[in-house]
Design a protein around this ligand. Sequence first.
Ligand SMILES: Nc1ncnc2c1ncn2[C@@H]1O[C@H](COP(=O)(O)OP(=O)(O)O)[C@@H](O)[C@H]1O
Ligand code: SF4
Ligand SMILES: [Mg+2]
Length: 334
Amino acid sequence: MTQELLEVRNLRVEIPTRRGTLVALDDVSFSIAPGEVLGVVGESGAGKSLTGAAIIGLLEPPGRIAQGEILLNGERIDNLREEAMRRVRGRRIGAIFQDPLTSLNPLVSIGKQLIETIQTHLDMSRAAARERAIALLESTGIPAARERIDHYPHQFSGGMRQRVVIALALAADPEIIIADEPTTALDVSIQAQIIALLKKLGRERGMAVMLVTHDMGVIADCADRVAVMYAGRVVEIGPVKAVIHRPSHPYTVGLMGSIPSMKSDAKRLLQIDGAMPRLTAIPPGCAFHPRCASAFARCSKERPDLMTAPQTRAACWLIEEGTRASAPLAAVSD
Ligand SMILES: Nc1ncnc2c1ncn2[C@@H]1O[C@H](COP(=O)(O)OP(=O)(O)O)[C@@H](O)[C@H]1O
Ligand code: SF4
Ligand SMILES: [Mg+2]
């Protein structure tokens, strides 16, 4: 049996509110192998960030894990005490968020922040930690790292700051990086560089990466496997080529249609009509049914779980019916 590095099993996250308990993640399961890049995609509000937050133990209260397990190298980490989880978070799981400024203290030089993080997790002298900090900055492509290590965050551009955050996430040589929209706040020209960097570092260090993004182009470029989320559930998961070229879930078909560069015929831009439901109004049965052109009677009554599709696993009744998913309600524009 090969050991998965990260395993999320039947994760359910609830958010209690005055008007009742919202189910934000429902029965989410996936795994990531060592060295693998798992892309997690889906429209805004699908539950991507909550999934990442649950893994790193930073769900904002009152949000809580109500069911399921999260395992790192076969050991549960979802039930650790705060102190133990803090060690796991810095040492074994690195995190990168959308806005580099949330991860950096503006009042402290980047060198000091790196050295502190390194010394918190690794048994190293200050001098050795400083050398490691410089090496990390160099590995993330910061020019003249030795000279710039004592600079403050505001002295770096947005793209360079995100490189500093990546260096910080790598400080203790984690087994996995959770990157939540790491390039969304950056210029388009910088985005590709940062993604390429993450992929390269992952490969060189045998580090797994969970890359959350709403950008299918990014996924196509760098993920090994892809999980597609919709309304708090994984609706399709599989190897990146299969998910892009042979998706089985009508929602994935729609998402893929929305990346012009993926199509030989760049003019055929599919859009999925409608919006993702709010947590307070998740439709019964398949949550996608009000937007799905292939929906049939069963879809609004019974909720499909992931099942084996021709090239992926997908949660759609069409698979049981043996029909290939057709494009969802498609507004085909020129
Ligand atoms: N603290 C909270 N209270 C209420 N709803 C929340 C809270 N955090 C997240 N949500 C809701 O959970 C859903 C999933 O959010 P999120 O994981 O941030 O989505 P994504 O990252 O895919 O855009 C959204 O509908 C969001 O509004
Ligand atoms: S065919 Fe039915 S089960 Fe499949 S995505 Fe559409 S509504 Fe959901
Ligand atoms: Mg998010």
